[in-house]
Design a protein around this ligand. Structure first.
Ligand SMILES: C=C(O[C@@H]1C=C(C(=O)O)C=C[C@H]1O)C(=O)O
Length: 255
């Protein structure tokens, strides 16, 4: 379950604690990516930089990295979802006995295409400067860290949905049977928590991203990633996509 935990505790509170910890990872990943300029050659569909590979260099780097990580068992973990699930090699290492709390129908939900699209086309231009410094491999590694952190957070919606269902099966069963996605969305939404999440991630971007100086005249107005972009990331994409995963999971919960 929650990263680094034994898996024995499965409550809405423990799930939310993990989501809060994942915010730190996401903010730090974005700050690392912001060290590099856009490096748009990396994403160019028609450059064919790698002989024998057709597609953007970022696809090549992500596919190769995911293949290595798949062999080392990364995607055996129900919290992990690959960006290129087709033709991934199987795990070569002995299986770790992950606690299986998810319903089988929902376990296969993977909305990484939407996450990839959002990250590359909408989010990146909001927090990296224009330019090309040639550091394509490092930039792509940094992109992948961001994408994996976002993907893990968003697909955590499966665990959120499972615990919400277990806590109130009588509320969830009728709209699940009726396949009423709007009603499920209403039921699972907690606006008070969402407001807190957005406020907190903006604050984290301010605290983690300020320049730290040995003297007292630090420039407190300069942040490594604009805190309002982090708040917007959660408001426009992370929270709605997490809720989309929750609804998709619940719709299949009684299959
Ligand atoms: C994840 C949850 O479900 C919903 C999604 C939220 C989010 O993505 O941060 C927050 C509150 C809920 O509207 C939750 O209740 O914690």
């Amino acid at each position: 379950m929650a990263e680094g935990s034994s898996g024995s505790e499965f409550t809405l509170d423990s799930i939310r604690k993990s989501l809060i910890r994942q915010e730190d990872t996401i903010v730090f990943c974005l700050m690392e990516r912001a060290k590099f300029p856009m490096n748009s050659a990396l994403y160019n569909q028609s450059l064919d930089l790698v002989p024998g590979f057709s597609g953007p260099l970022v696809d090549f780097i992500v596919q190769e990295t995911e293949a290595v990580q798949a062999k080392a068992g990364r995607y055996v973990n129900p919290e992990e979802n690959p960006f290129f699930p087709d033709n991934l090699p199987p795990s070569l290492v002995p299986n770790y006995n992950y606690s299986q709390v998810l319903h089988t129908g929902g376990a296969s939900i993977n909305i990484n295409k939407a996450i990839w699209d959002m990250y590359l086309n909408q989010l990146l231009p909001l927090f990296v400067v224009a330019g090309d410094d040639g550091n394509y491999a490092s930039t792509a590694a940094s992109d992948l860290s961001c994408l994996q952190a976002l993907s893990r957070r968003i697909h955590y919606g499966k665990f959120v949905a499972e615990i919400k269902f277990r806590d109130a099966p009588h509320d969830y069963e009728p709209p699940i049977r009726a396949k009423d996605a709007d009603e499920l969305m209403k039921l699972l939404t907690d606006e008070r928590v969402e407001k807190m999440v957005k406020k907190r991630v903006e604050k984290k971007a301010i605290v983690f991203g300020q320049d730290v100086s040995g003297s007292n005249n630090a420039d407190s107005k300069h942040y490594k990633v604009d805190p309002s972009v982090v708040a917007r990331l959660y408001d426009e994409w992370v929270i709605p996509l997490t809720k989309r995963v929750e609804v998709e999971y619940l719709i299949r919960r009684l299959n």
